[in-house]
Design a protein around this ligand. Structure first.
Ligand code: NAD
Length: 250
């Protein structure tokens, strides 16, 4: 299984206090990586799980929607283990209000975190990786990188942007040893989707539309993220990998 081995690699994962980011950070650590975990509320539980696997963890609390703070956040992340080999841009928020009522601040908050921080962190990681001629960047997209969604115009715009940005960066960096790809999760059980899960009718109608017959759980992303972070995917560039129980195939 050497193709998937991440021993000696340092991975920066954002949005690791719980949900998908926590599971992906633990999955990367299970494959051998040390983890820099960044989230606005801290990632104590994730860091403890990484260390229990015998890997190193650096838990950094930061608001990634503050573009002016990103450079020092990234510098601290590099300093933790001396390098960043893998960047997983996972932190994201969603604001649910109809387009006609969607507040300007909601729009800015979503775009600042879901799209602007993804570009700025990728840019910093890209410069760092270009110097060494290798690296992996994995962006977390969504089914709303393809579809319009309902009452989430800012989120949909941000996730379409993430898919486009993945391809734009891949085009520039594929020939220089850096693979930029994305994972588009389907409906997964996390805080992000709690309001939909609480709506019994909506929950049932979504579940019925998923060919796999169930919602995803955070651990469903462990395999895909390890694959895209490892040399097993060295000839994949600008791909958006659906992990959706077949949602997009329907
Ligand atoms: P979540 O709410 O459980 O986790 C979001 C994470 O982002 C948390 O760790 C939170 O602390 C962090 N975060 C929020 N604001 C931040 C900020 N300003 N600065 C730094 N960190 C911040 O949600 P999740 O479902 O695990 O979402 C993770 C990613 O997956 C998001 O990009 C989301 O859009 C995407 N996604 C989720 C689903 C789903 O069904 N749950 C589907 C498709 C895509």
């Amino acid at each position: 299984m050497g193709l998937f081995d991440l021993s000696g690699k340092a991975a920066l994962v954002t949005g690791t206090s719980g949900g998908l980011g926590q599971a992906m950070a633990i999955g990367l650590a299970e494959a051998g990586a040390d983890i820099v975990a960044i989230s606005s509320s801290g990632s104590a539980q994730t860091a403890a799980a990484v260390e229990a696997l015998g890997r190193r963890a650096f838990d950094q609390q930061a608001d990634l929607s503050d573009a002016d703070a990103l450079e020092s956040v990234f510098d601290r992340a590099v300093a933790a283990f001396g390098r960043i080999d893998i960047l997983v841009n996972n932190a994201g928020i969603i604001r649910r209000t109809p387009a006609a009522d969607h507040g300007r601040q909601d729009w800015y908050d979503v775009i600042d975190l879901n799209l602007n921080s993804v570009f700025f962190l990728s840019q910093m990681a890209g410069r760092h990786m270009l110097e060494r001629g290798s690296g992996k960047i994995i962006n977390i997209a969504s089914m709303l990188s393809y579809q319009g969604g309902v009452n989430v115009p800012g989120y949909t715009a941000s996730k379409h942007g993430v898919a486009g940005l993945t391809k734009a960066l891949a085009n520039e960096w594929a020939g220089r040893g850096i693979q930029v790809n994305a994972i588009a999760p389907g409906y997964m059980t996390t805080n992000n989707t709690a309001p939909i899960m609480a709506d019994e009718q909506r929950y049932r109608s979504i579940t019925e539309r998923i060919p796999a017959g169930r919602w995803g759980v955070p651990d469903d992303l462990k395999g895909p993220v390890v694959f895209l972070a490892s040399s097993a995917s060295d000839y994949m560039n600008g791909h958006v990998l659906n992990v959706d129980g077949g949602w997009m195939a329907r």
